[in-house]
Design a protein around this ligand. Structure first.
Ligand code: SF4
Length: 212
């Protein structure tokens, strides 16, 4: 992979910031537990779909105790419109139980503790830490991975962990949280998987994979 200069990094950040100055987490939540639940539900589905089921879910499960003692079938029936809902329901209940029993009902704060929870992997922990605690993290989802590859910041074959490490090395830590949101918006609304807006793209001159 060719060396990426600071100028290129600056141009990428400047242009995606101009396109998406207000990029932010699009999941709705009103507490740390509900944020964690929403992130867990968002695996392989859109934030908009998650937001459609969470009002009913959050109303019924306000605490980890509610979740831990909830009936699996009840959780399933609320989230049944989402892919992998059976798995997700099982993980939500198990997550509630573990937090109740091991962490005194409070969401743990470290990456390691978060990743020990059922259904919580590195990406989920990263999103939670950066969104709730404002701890600099770059969570790599399908959009961040695709955009990083197209812009020559990572290889297509790189694992999400490798893409994350490369991005953290290339961009200064103080912009990681913003960068994460802007890359997601750029991938979700502009550099889309199937029909990217290459003809209008300000990053066309440096893009490695334009589709024209
Ligand atoms: S030129 Fe196309 S593929 Fe490249 S970054 Fe822009 S929208 Fe994405």
């Amino acid at each position: 992979m060719a060396k990426i200069t600071k100028e290129v990094i600056d141009v990428i950040y400047k242009e995606i910031s101009t396109l998406f100055p207000e990029a932010h987490c699009e999941l709705n939540y009103d507490s740390d537990l509900h944020l964690l639940m929403a992130i867990m539900l968002s695996a392989q589905t859109t934030d908009a779909s998650v937001n459609r089921v969470t009002p009913a879910l959050f109303a019924q499960y306000r605490t980890t105790s509610d979740l831990a003692h909830g009936k699996l079938e009840d959780i399933e029936s609320i989230i049944k419109y989402l892919g992998l809902y059976k798995n997700k329901a099982r993980n939500l209940k198990a997550m509630g139980l573990m937090i109740l029993n091991i962490y005194d009902g409070k969401i743990p704060k470290t990456q390691e503790e978060l990743e020990s929870l059922p259904g919580v992997g590195r990406k989920t922990a990263n999103v939670f830490l950066s969104e709730w605690h404002k701890i600099p993290r770059i969570a790599v989802d399908t959009h961040v991975k695709r955009v990083s590859h197209r812009l020559g910041l990572a290889l297509e074959s790189d694992s999400p962990e490798k893409v994350e490490a490369k991005l953290m090395k290339l961009f200064p830590e103080e912009i990681w949280i913003e960068l994460h949101h802007k890359l997601i918006f750029f991938g979700r609304y502009f550099c889309k998987a199937k029909k990217p807006e290459c003809k209008k793209c300000p990053l066309l001159p440096i893009c490695k994979k334009p589709i024209l």
